[in-house]
Design a protein around this ligand. Sequence first.
Ligand SMILES: Cc1cc2nc3c(=O)[nH]c(=O)nc-3n(C[C@H](O)[C@H](O)[C@H](O)COP(=O)(O)OP(=O)(O)OC[C@H]3O[C@@H](n4cnc5c(N)ncnc54)[C@H](O)[C@@H]3O)c2cc1C
Length: 473
Amino acid sequence: MNVSATELVIIGGGLAGLVTANRAAQLGLKATVLEQGNAGKYLCNTRYTGGTFHLCLREITLQPDFLNQLILETTDGFVSKAHARLLADGGAKIIAWLQAEGIKFMRASASEYHKWVLAPPGRSKPGLDWEGRGGDVLLRTLEANLVKRGGKLVRGAKAISLISENSRCVGVTTQDSDNKTEWRARAVVIADGGFQCNPELLEKYISKQPLKLKQRNGGTAFGDGLRMAQGLGAAITGTGAFYGHVLSKDALTNDNLWPYPYLDALVTAGIVVNREGRRYTDEGRGGVSVANAVARLDDPLSSTCIFDQSIWEGPGKNGLIAANPYLMRESATIYTADNLDTLAAKAGINAMALKQTVADYNAAVAASGNATDIKPADGINRRNQKYKALSIVKAPLYAVPMVSGITYTMGGITINAHAQVLREDGSAIEGLYAAGAATGGLEGGPQIGYVGGLAKGGITGLAAAEHIAAAKI
Ligand SMILES: Cc1cc2nc3c(=O)[nH]c(=O)nc-3n(C[C@H](O)[C@H](O)[C@H](O)COP(=O)(O)OP(=O)(O)OC[C@H]3O[C@@H](n4cnc5c(N)ncnc54)[C@H](O)[C@@H]3O)c2cc1C
C-alpha cells in the first residue's frame, strides 16, 4: 500500500472536482484530484456537456432574489431555503469566477436560456460532438490552472473507500491497475458525478427496467461516492429523480440520435401514450418530467409520442438540434398516416383507445381557452402554461416510438449549504464534502424540478473549497 499526504483530496475530475480544486488552491490549499479515467481526455458528463449555464432554464445571472423564488417554485418546496439561496446567490459568482479562470462563454441563440454557453458550444450537429467543444476546453483549462497553482490531477486513480478515524474522514483509498494507495488529507470532496450508470441503484430508485433506459451521459458515474459516503453514515436525498430527455427509441442503436436531437418539444406540444393508447403523465410539465415518467413505466420502451403536422412544423423546429429535420435526416422511426386507425396499426397501438384519447384531448384543448390547466376526460390533467397544448388534427399525423435518456441522477449525498456531508440527524461528517451531480437535495423532488447540472457543479464546488479553506481543519 502506498501512502500519500496532502491537504485536500477530491474524487472526480469533472467540473465540480476541478472547480473545487482550483478554488481551494487559490485559497492556499494543496489539492489533489483523483480521477478514475486513464485517458488524457478521460470521459465524464462535463466532457459531453451542452454547456448552458442556467438556473431553472432561465439566465443564470438574473437578480438573486428572483432566482431564489424561481428555484423554490420549480422544485415545489423540495429544495431547502438554504440550498435555493446558495444556488441563486452563486449564479453570477460562478460565471465571473470561471471567466477569471480563462473560460469563454458565448450566446448560442436569441433565447435567454442560451445566454451563457461554454464556447464553442457542444451541440453543432446530431450525435456526440465534444472534442474541442466547451466542456472539453473547460476541463483542460482548469487542469492546467490547477497544475500552475501547485495542485495535481492523478489519472487512473479509482476511489474505492474512505478512511475514517474518530468519526471524521481523513482520506481516500484508490486502486489502480497494480496498487492500492492511501491519500491522507484534512478533507475529502466527493465529486464523482452521481449513479446513473449503476443498474442496481437505478433499479432500486428510478426504473424497474434500467437496461431499457438510454445512457445519455459520459458512462462514468457508478455511485461509488454514494456507497462510500453511506458507509460513513451519510444521509441520501431525492434519489428518485433524474435529469434527462426523451429520445427516439432508435437512439439505443443509432449514435446519431443522442444526446441530440431530443423529442421534448414534440412531447410537450402533443401527447405521449402507452401501447394501450392511453396517456399516463402530464406532458405540460416538460421533457425532463416526461423522461422520468417513461422510465417509471413497467416497460419503459412501450411509449410513443403522438402529434400532427402543425406541431411538426411548429414546436418541432425549436431547439439548436431540432427534432425537425434531424429525426428524419438521421433515419429515426417516424410513422405517419392520414388517420388514427392507420397510424395506430403502424405503431402497434390500440386504435380504438388511441382515437378516444385524442378525441378527449382535442376537446379539452378546444375548451381550455387561456386556462392554466386543461382537463381531458381521461383524468390526467395537463399544464398549459410554459408548454402550450396543441390539438392533434392536421394530417399527416405522426407517431414516434420513444426511449427515456438518463443524463444524471438529481439525488444523492445529502449536503448543507457549505457542501458538508450530513448524517440523518443533520450533523456534519467532519472532513467530508460533496459537490456536483454526486449531491442530493438541490434539485428534483416529486415534481422533478430541474435546476441545472453545470450551475450545481460549479456553485457547490466553490462552496466546498471556501468552507474547507475557512474552517482551517
Ligand atoms: C450530453 C449532455 C449535455 C448536458 N448539457 C447540459 C447543459 O447544457 N447545461 C447544464 O446545466 N448541464 C448539462 N449537462 C449536465 C452537466 O454537464 C453535468 O451535470 C455536470 O457536468 C456534472 O459535473 P460533475 O463534476 O458533477 O460530474 P462529471 O463531469 O461526470 O465528473 C465526475 C468525474 O468523476 C469520476 N469518477 C467517478 N467515480 C470515480 C471514482 N470512484 N474514483 C475517481 N473518479 C471517479 C468520473 O470518471 C468523472 O470524470 C449535460 C450533460 C450531458 C451528458
